[in-house]
Write a protein that binds this ligand. Structure first.
Ligand code: SF4
Length: 274
């Protein structure tokens, strides 16, 4: 098997890790390293070198070695995609997993693919991104008051992580949620799979959740309480996949409506325990 990836600390823009960053190689390692990370910067570094899912490690590195014809002259990231954006966000945008030739190539979630083109255009219109395009790491794009994460950090074959892989990756997301909880007011879930994957992570992170779990829909809302009792609004948003955007199931106006709602909620009530 041909395998390739960017070695940590070798100059890739935004690479949070270096050669000393500890590498998780099992589910227990993920739990231990996520729980013990002393800072958000170290947590993202540890996420970005994880090797705990053999099937996903093999796939992401094989894709990075073989490459798509149109990107054959580019170096691929070939590693897990760490959380990215504002370190103290009021809005957290949650996707399911990076795309093989998008995030797995650029090293940044929703960057370098058609879904990202659609998503960042909307974020820019809504004042949550500094540019309408997100092309590559180091392109100057910045999220404004927002942060992006994937529930599963490695690109999966056919865009479908196995349930065991989703569960193995969950401690990375739970730890990131804990580290940004003080500023967080809104969670935006992109797609039903991310909605489902997020729920047990929120439960495990101490959020008080409505029961039964509300069904996912575009514009669905659920009011949560974080571990301190503060209110956090969960919003559902159709995934801006090529299939959804080509068929008109999701439009730019529909994304704008969700992110405008997220932004006004984040800017509105104080983050109180009321
Ligand atoms: S999916 Fe998550 S747990 Fe599995 S190897 Fe990637 S980063 Fe590690």
């Amino acid at each position: 098997m041909v395998a390739d990836r960017v070695a940590p600390g070798t100059g890739w823009p935004g690479d949070p890790a270096d050669a000393r960053t500890p590498v998780a190689r099992s589910a227990a390692d993920v739990r231990d390293l996520a729980c013990a990370a002393p800072s958000l910067a170290e947590l993202t570094a540890r996420q970005s070198v994880c090797r705990a899912c053999p099937r996903l490690v093999e796939w992401r590195e094989e894709v990075a070695a073989v490459r798509r014809k149109s990107f054959r002259d580019e170096r691929y990231w070939g590693r897990p995609i760490p959380g990215w954006g504002d370190p103290a966000p009021s809005i957290l945008i949650v996707g399911l997993a990076p795309a093989a030739h998008g995030g797995n190539r650029t090293g940044r979630i929703f960057t370098g693919d058609r879904s990202g083109d659609f998503l960042f255009a909307s974020l820019y219109r809504c004042g949550l991104a500094s540019r309408a395009e997100s092309v590559r790491a180091g392109d100057g794009q910045q999220l404004i008051g927002a942060r992006m994460v994937a529930a599963v950090r490695c690109a999966p074959p056919a865009n479908k992580p196995a349930p065991g892989e989703r569960d193995r990756c969950a401690p990375w997301l739970a730890a990131e949620l804990r580290m940004v909880a003080a500023s967080l007011r809104v969670l935006v879930c992109l797609g039903g799979f991310a909605w489902q994957a997020l729920w047990p992570v929120l439960d495990g992170a101490g959020y008080a959740l409505p029961r039964p779990r509300p069904a996912f829909a575009h514009g669905a809302e659920a009011e949560l309480r974080d571990a301190t009792g503060a209110t956090v609004l969960l919003l559902g948003c159709y995934h801006p996949s090529q299939q959804n955007t080509f068929t008109g199931r999701v439009t730019g106006a529909m994304l704008d409506a969700v992110f405008t709602r997220a932004r006004s909620q984040a800017a509105g009530e104080s983050h109180s325990n009321s």
